[in-house]
Ligand binder design. Structure first.
Ligand code: TXA
Ligand code: MG
Length: 340
């Protein structure tokens, strides 16, 4: 399959989005920008098209997809929208928040992997919402990376993973947030964050009065335990090399010592620290979680293909969006954290 690549920043934007919407309606796959990461979209009502997402990504068939909508009417078609849903949607939609509700029968089991719930998100990226509107159907979309690789935050990243596997890539520039949406379920008694992301737990608590963090957010679950968001069980987001997170006061010295022992080891550090280490990739400003979220996936992708043995990562602060940054690094490391 030939993958067509289009830049949305030029004059032809409307025509390109129309063309992409036609591809979606006729069962094809289109990668498109969102404010979080690039998505790999198909018509959410077309079973065959949705199946081809799993194929193109190499995604396990027990990991459900998010339905992307352009307005609340589309959301109401998909699931039972309760009071908590409306409170969150009115505060944070459009934006980097995915809300899980009980599904309506119209949603195919292929999308939800047989669960009785559906994940819905209204992205704030204009191109994304224009595409959904033009397609006229909800767009089922996971992140547009090959399964297990770091999520793509530029159209080039998508091309690296998906060239020849999908119909079309829309280039809308670098993603603003840089980590995926927060996934929250409002199906139970207490709203629960299943995956931290662009909207912080504190923001959810502000809207709903309470919030819980699923334990899969900060821990690797034992083999026999199933997380509430199936995606959280996989080693994930990882570059080709081993990843080790280093936290504590001795982190810089510890990483320096490891790099002295192993000439293929590399530091993933904060901006301005590059000169401290013989080999380093910086991922954002220390103490600035928004900046680290923006850089974390791009830095991990930069590590790919360089023959790096181990990437020693300076640990982000675990507050605000920092929880999401830590969660992605934690998954990439398979739970390997050193405290020094
Ligand atoms: O920011 C984002 O959310 C991006 C952009 C493209 O919108 N999408 C994204 O999709 O990250 P994906 O497929 O990579 O991650 C979706 C996560 C997975 O962890 C999946 O298990 C979980 O959401 N999920 C989807 N439907 C669910 C459901 N009904 N119940 C529990 N978890 C669900
Ligand atoms: Mg993903």
């Amino acid at each position: 399959m030939k993958t067509e690549f289009f830049d949305l920043s030029g004059d032809g934007r409307n025509g390109i989005i129309e063309k992409a919407a036609r591809v979606i309606r006729s069962g094809g796959l289109v990668a498109f920008p969102t404010e979080t990461v690039y998505g790999l979209g198909a018509n959410g009502f077309d079973e065959k098209a949705v199946l081809s997402i799993f194929e193109a990504k190499g995604r396990p068939h027990d990991n459900p997809l998010i339905m992307h909508v352009a307005d609340l009417d589309m959301a109401a078609e998909l699931g039972y929208l309760n009071e908590a849903f409306y409170k969150l949607a009115s505060e944070y939609w459009p934006g980097p928040l995915t809300i899980i509700v009980k599904k309506h029968p119209i949603v195919n089991d292929i999308v939800t992997c047989g669960l009785d719930t559906v994940a819905i998100r209204m992205p704030s990226n204009d191109y994304a919402r224009e595409l959904i509107k033009a397609a006229g159907v909800p767009i089922a979309a996971p992140s547009a990376n090959r399964s297990g690789k770091p999520s793509p935050v530029t159209a080039r990243h998508v091309l690296t993973d998906m060239d020849g596997r999908i119909d079309m890539i829309l280039d809308g520039g670098a993603c603003e947030v840089g980590v995926e949406s927060t996934v929250v379920t409002v199906c139970g008694e207490t709203p629960t964050v299943l995956r931290p992301g662009g909207i912080t737990p504190a923001q959810i608590e502000a809207a709903l009065g309470s919030v819980r963090l699923d334990k899969a957010v900060t821990q690797m679950l034992p083999e026999n335990e199933k997380p509430l968001a199936p995606g959280m069980k996989y080693k994930h987001y990882a570059p080709d090399c081993r990843v080790v997170i280093v936290e504590g006061k001795g982190a810089v010295n510890y990483i320096k010592a490891r790099l002295a022992e192993d000439e293929n080891a590399c530091a993933m550090c904060f901006n301005g620290e590059e000169a401290v280490f013989p080999r380093a990739i910086a991922y954002g400003e220390e103490g600035n979680s928004v900046s680290l979220a923006h850089g974390v996936f791009a830095a991990m992708r930069e590590a790919d293909g360089r023959g790096i043995s181990t990437l020693y990562v300076r640990c982000p602060r675990k507050d605000g969006v920092g929880i999401a940054v830590f969660n992605r690094l934690f998954r990439a490391s398979g739970g390997s954290v050193v405290n020094v």
